[in-house]
Design a protein around this ligand. Structure first.
Ligand SMILES: [Zn+2]
Length: 848
């Protein structure tokens, strides 16, 4: 159910690239005592000036930098050489430190080998929890033996000053330089663009980066970059199974820091793409950009590494300098490249200035899943894209594609024509879009048109090869022995002993109707459907994606339960693909495509609301199946269960605002395990707290909240703080557990916290004139002592019927309560209505 791309900041890409570069022998060649012979290779420090250099010359000069062997310093413990950035401290205790040769008179790095110490003390509770998750302690306290350090800040001056104070003098050490230069050569390219950007800017934001070899942790990164919203980054590349992850130990902004401004916005995109018969793309894009700040020259676009840029030109057709996985072959790009393209303007920007950049690129981003089933592999980077998920722009899309295929795209379709062996279509956005996408295949289709919109559903007639193979090899034992229950959406066939090969196209009509119902249902919560048309298209594999006016829905959602069964889906997964996934993607039409998110920390909101609305829709269709309860139970269980290959439950991986950081070497599927389950519960708890049972419209407040969010945050980012603020605007007195009309307690505990409380009650009763007095204690464990929650208690007199006694505000491990009731309860039941994400134990009645 992944919806949006991992638009991690550039630093991540650079860092990831760095450690791909460094993977081979960084450790061995720098470890003191390891002899590494470099034969007859002396590289003279380049002498160069940035003044008249082209961006590429400067970039090459930066890559070519090597150690200045005459500037080696021998450090001893008594010297106390240190660098501090933010709240991170790096001590160079003993060993050798040599500067890189200066470029244009300035030193931009050094190499250290010996013994050092790195300390970091993040203050934020989410970051502390992550440090503990990865390092076993909420602080970084690590001895390191080598360091490769690059910077554009004053680190060199600072060190030189300390050397002077410590009466250290530079020595010549060609052996150290020779030993270090091979890996300096490897690592430089990862930093050259960042340094270049700084050199070309009139308002440079100096940065500092250190690749450290920790004794216990292995290689890790420390980045302090004011160009990032979160300046401090600590983390490392780590392998788990066959996949490589970037584990972010901590990423945060220094208290009091101002987020960097956005330098450029894309206003409109004109994309002209031809899909050739071999499924490769040949395309141009003209992107109209406005400068939001003055003095900048570098724009960073997202573009798939599989697309090779042929030209980048300005309005006059003059070539612009650009960098795209510079110096790598296509093969190298696929292994260690990134999906970014940097364009350099000939002159620094002037605020308010508008201009157009023209791109020409080609390559293969469409993949063939077999049996004529195609899909766009580089889903979010098939064209140069500027900005994040809250950068809305207008799009004009011209597509040409082989005549035998159907192609669907975001925006309103203006026309389609046949020209020779090709079809040509034209789409234009009638609402601002944060992203554009398309899908294509040998589709069958079906349309439903109502007064307000058209829904077109597209599906392949054949299954993708991998799925087809799975179905062919499924043993007859997998066939269900009994009839599949009726009433399951999708026009499913009853099971038969020898079913024909299923065709996704069979489901077209029913799926269209069901999607139309879901839109009507969601309009009640989120406001009018934002688009005139919705194209629903099949995509191989098991994920879905909700684009503006376009859905990617997994093949599994087009299959009958019988075929899903043969494909090996568990009953829960079958339910997910049939009842939840397509409608989750429909809900993203509002939540993600109208209401955006800018920081990875806020992505959880759109996912949580979209998923929760999908649960409500499923619940509304089959009231007797209690889908909402069933899914909330499942999610609670999922959060309590240990993650495969880990000793902690999913609920303890990390907090919701970590977003994509939840996917790490320790929890490869952390995002999926935490965001949908806990996120849905968060929205559910908010809804339950806002609910007015017994009133004409018990959800009126919840609906007001969603409508406010969808209207007020339309075409911009909704942050976690914004959400808290909007909940506070509508909260009830009962929600004010801390006083001061604040929902801080809720967001701090549930959103920014981890862990799920476990409750147990002990109680006794005695008879009085006024009735039965129930006295007892509510015990809370599994969460911090400061955790507070309103816990509903019910009396059960043995008849199976629960009578509401009241809510106890649990504060700390033990809270006393008393209630008066008419019938003495046999037992007390904690939150039978599932209003609270918690687990409960059996209640105990003690004798008076
Ligand atoms: Zn989603």
């Amino acid at each position: 159910m992944a919806h949006f791309p991992i638009l991690f900041l550039l630093a991540f890409a650079l860092l990831a690239a760095l450690f791909r570069n460094a993977e081979c022998d960084y450790t061995s060649c720098m470890r003191p005592g390891v002899a590494l012979f470099v034969l007859g290779c002396v590289i003279a420090p380049p002498v160069s000036s940035a003044t008249d250099q082209s961006p590429h010359e400067l970039y090459d000069a930066l890559n070519a930098l090597r150690l200045d062997s005459a500037s080696t310093y021998q450090l001893a413990t008594a010297n106390r050489i240190e660098l501090r950035r933010g709240d991170v401290e790096i001590y160079f205790e003993e060993g050798k430190l040599a500067f890189l040769a200066p470029i244009d008179g300035r030193i931009t790095g050094f190499v250290f080998s010996g013994r050092g110490h790195a300390l970091a003390f993040p203050r934020d509770v989410v970051e502390k929890q992550q440090m503990a998750h990865f390092l076993g302690a909420p602080v970084l306290d690590q001895v390191f033996i080598t360091a490769y350090v690059r910077f554009t800040d004053d680190a060199a001056d600072d060190l030189l000053h300390q050397f002077q104070t410590a009466k250290l003098t530079p020595q010549s050490d060609t052996a150290f330089a020779s030993l270090s230069d091979p890996f300096v050569a490897q690592l430089n390219a990862s930093q050259s663009l960042r340094i270049l950007e700084n050199r070309l800017s009139q308002n440079p934001k100096p940065y500092f980066y250190a690749a450290l070899e920790g004794v216990e942790t292995g290689p890790f990164d420390f980045l302090f970059d004011p160009q990032r919203r979160e300046q401090v980054l600590l983390g490392q590349r780590r392998k788990s199974g066959n996949s490589m992850y970037y584990d972010v130990w901590a990423s945060y902004s220094v208290p009091g820091s101002i987020p960097p401004p956005v330098d450029f916005h894309a206003l409109d995109y004109a994309i002209d793409t031809t899909v050739l018969p071999d499924n490769s793309l040949n395309a141009t894009s003209a992107i109209h950009v406005r400068a939001e700040t003055s003095g900048e020259r570098v724009l960073t676009f997202q573009l798939s590494r599989a697309l090779h840029t042929e030209t980048v030109t300005d309005d006059q057709g003059k070539p612009l300098a650009y960098f795209q996985n510079e110096g790598m072959t296509l093969q190298e790009r696929s292994v260690r490249g990134n999906d970014y393209l940097q364009v350099v303007l000939p002159q620094p920007s002037k605020r308010g200035q508008e201009f157009t950049i023209h791109f020409h690129y080609r390559g293969s981003v469409i993949e063939n899943a077999g049996n004529g089933v195609l899909f766009v592999g580089a889903r979010e980077s098939w064209y140069p894209h500027l900005g994040d998920q809250a950068d809305f722009a207008s799009y004009d899309l011209t597509m040409r594609w082989p005549r035998h295929l159907k192609l669907v795209a975001t925006g309103a379709k203006l026309d389609e024509q046949i020209a020779g062996d090709f079809r040509a279509g034209h789409w234009r956005s009638d609402k601002p879009l944060s992203i554009s996408g398309f899908n294509l295949g040998e589709y069958a289709s079906n349309s439903i048109t109502t007064e307000s919109r058209t829904i077109d559903v597209y599906a392949n007639r054949q299954l993708e090869q991998a799925l087809s193979n799975r179905l062919d090899s499924a043993s007859p034992d997998l066939l269900p022995a009994i009839d599949i229950p009726l009433g399951i959406p999708g026009g499913r066939n009853r099971a038969a002993m020898h079913p024909p090969p299923p065709s996704p196209a069979d489901a077209l009509k029913q799926l269209g109707k069901d999607i139309d119902s879901s839109i009507r249902f969601y309009e009640g919560f989120s406001g009018p459907f934002p688009f005139r048309t919705l194209s629903v298209s099949q995509i191989p594999g098991s994920f879905g994606q909700g684009w503006p006016g376009l859905l990617y829905i997994s093949t599994f959602s087009f299959l009958s339960p019988e075929a899903q069964n043969r494909a090996g889906l568990s009953s829960t997964r079958q339910e997910a693909f049939t009842d939840i996934v397509p409608y989750h993607e429909v809900a993203h039409q509002w939540w993600g495509n109208i209401v955006g998110w800018s920081s990875y920390r806020d992505q959880w909101i759109d996912e949580a609301i979209a998923n929760y609305l999908a649960l409500l829709f499923a619940d509304s269709r089959k009231p007797s199946a209690h889908e909402l309860r069933v899914w909330l139970e499942r999610y609670r269980k999922q959060l309590e269960e240990k993650v495969p290959g880990s000793d902690i439950p999913a609920g303890e991986i990390g907090a919701l605002p970590l977003g994509n950081r939840l996917n790490s070497s320790k929890s490869p599927f952390g995002f999926e395990e935490v965001i949908y389950s806990k996120g849905s519960w968060i929205i559910h708890m908010l809804r339950e707290m806002l609910r007015q049972p017994g009133s004409k419209d018990p959800d009126a407040r919840f609906v007001t909240l969603l409508r406010t969010l969808s209207a007020k945050y339309a075409y911009r980012a909704l942050s976690t703080d914004d959400l808290q603020h909007e909940v506070e605007a509508i909260m009830t007195p009962a929600m004010d557990l801390e006083g001061g009309r604040s929902m801080e307690w809720f967001f701090e505990q549930w959103v920014r916290g981890t862990g799920i409380p476990r409750y147990r009650v002990e109680f006794s009763t005695h008879h009085t004139d006024k009735g039965e007095v129930v006295r007892g204690k509510l015990f809370q464990i599994g969460v911090p002592r400061s955790f507070i929650a309103s816990v509903p208690l019910y009396a059960n007199n043995g008849s199976g019927h629960n009578v509401y006694l009241g809510a106890v505000v649990a504060a700390g491990p033990e809270t006393s309560f008393h209630f008066t009731t008419q019938v003495p309860p046999h037992k007390l039941v904690i939150d039978p209505q599932m209003t609270l994400l918690c687990t409960t134990s059996q209640t105990e009645k003690t004798e008076e």
